[in-house]
Design a protein around this ligand. Structure first.
Ligand SMILES: *Cc1c(COP(=O)(O)O)cnc(C)c1O
Length: 399
């Protein structure tokens, strides 16, 4: 890692770590990171096999435990997030599952933001609850509700910022203070910003989780995830992963390693394009509201400007009318991909109320601000003029 005095990466900046951290060159002298497509490892002797199994000697045993390509990814993402250790997982959901299973027990209480990825809500509300973990869901920005929800057995606060699809911005330092005052951990899903734009651990969070499927890959190829935190917490998470098995595949780790190399450049380009589109959308008569923290009119603008290095690649806007207009708008676009995925070089468009948030009741959707006319964009890296021309097809369809 980056803390030993003879480490050439000690004190290195994000751009250097994104390209250099975690490299373990083999005797072949390969320049790019190799993919270790192996399930197990050969021991030089029976005594060494015994020592490795007993944990008395370092070395690989089996790829559910360790794999050199996955380890390179783990070291690199940990370095970027500024964490002592990191671990790769099979998906973003398995990152969250592993964190919950490793750090919670029956009788614990969790406070989870209402405005997290829908499957995260199900993971806590359906599965963790089944094992005796109590879960309270509160609106992301309702600090009084978070405070009121704190109990003596509250062990974890979980949130995503900025939120999806309304781009609400939570104060990570304030949430960490609230968690720690009650003896709880703060877990932040940093999927939307990535460490290129926001480092929650530096703001006091205890654990960062990722869906690497999104911006870390950046080209929509692989499903994966990561958990980053202190040695103490990560030892628990790693033990869960090695025992229960939702580990990252070496091929996927290699794709994510390559993705990390261009992460900052991509995140800045996504952010610049999204900011331009947000202003362009806001000036349209058929748009009722644009949700993007880069807009000075957004309630989270000042906080995001302080907490993030740019405003990210995801925004949403509400067209006048309702679902019918939103659907006609979406169906008229021909370059934007109609998919719920995000964080891709390809721009994507989706109607949250009937897809990502379709399982909520009408009342729950209304309370969460997911209105029928809302359209979410993940702004990719195509030419902005072409994206605007494509969105114009949508405006023409509802004019
Ligand atoms: C996609 C996503 C997840 C889940 O990740 P998978 O890789 O799909 O399992 C979790 N959190 C956020 C914010 C996401 O966007």
């Amino acid at each position: 890692m980056t803390d030993s005095p003879d480490d050439p990466l000690a004190g290195a900046q994000l751009d250097t770590l994104a390209i250099r951290a975690g490299i373990e060159r083999t005797h072949e002298g390969e320049h790019a990171e190799p993919i270790f497509a192996t399930s197990s490892y050969v021991f030089p002797s029976a005594a060494e096999a015994a020592a490795r199994f007993a944990g008395e000697q370092p070395g690989n045993v089996y790829s559910r435990y360790t794999n050199p390509t996955v380890r390179s990814f783990e070291q690199r993402i940990a370095a970027l997030e500024g964490g002592e250790a990191g671990v790769g997982t099979a998906s973003g959901m398995s990152a969250i599952l592993s964190t919950a299973m490793a750090l919670l027990k029956a009788g614990d209480h969790v406070i989870c933001s209402r405005d997290v990825f829908g499957t995260t809500t199900n993971l806590f509300g359906k599965y963790m609850a089944k094992f005796g973990v109590e879960v309270t869901s509160v609106p992301l920005l309702d600090i009084a509700a978070w405070q009121a929800a704190m109990r003596p057995n509250t062990a974890m606060l979980f949130l995503e910022t900025p939120s999806n699809p309304l781009c609400e911005v939570a104060d990570i330092a304030a949430m960490a203070a609230l968690a720690h005052a009650g003896g709880a951990l703060l877990v932040v899903d940093n999927c939307f910003c990535t460490p290129a734009l926001q480092t929650p651990l530096a703001l006091g969070a205890d654990i960062v989780v990722h869906s690497a499927t999104k911006f870390l890959d950046g080209q929509g190829r692989c499903v994966g995830g990561a958990v980053i935190g202190s040695e103490e917490h990560m030892t628990e998470v790693v033990t869960f992963l090695r025992t229960c098995g939702p580990t990252m595949s070496p091929f996927n780790a290699w794709v994510f390693l390559k993705g990390l190399e261009t992460l900052r450049l991509r995140m800045e380009a996504h952010s610049a394009a999204a900011l331009d589109l947000a202003h362009w959308l806001q000036a349209r008569d058929a748009v009722v509201r644009v949700n993007y923290a880069g807009l000075p009119t957004h309630p989270g603008h000042a906080l995001a400007a302080r907490q993030q290095r740019a405003f990210g690649g995801v925004l949403s806007f509400e067209v006048a009318g309702g679902q019918d207009e939103a659907w006609r708008f979406i169906d008229a676009t021909r370059i934007f991909s109609l998919t719920a995925n995000l964080g891709d070089t390809k721009s994507t468009i989706v109607h949250p109320a009937t897809t990502t948030h379709g399982r909520l009741s009408d009342e729950q959707r209304e309370a969460a601000g997911i209105r029928p006319g809302l359209v979410r964009l993940s702004v990719g890296l195509e030419a902005l003029d072409d994206l605007k021309a494509d969105l114009q097809r949508g405006f023409d369809a509802i004019a």
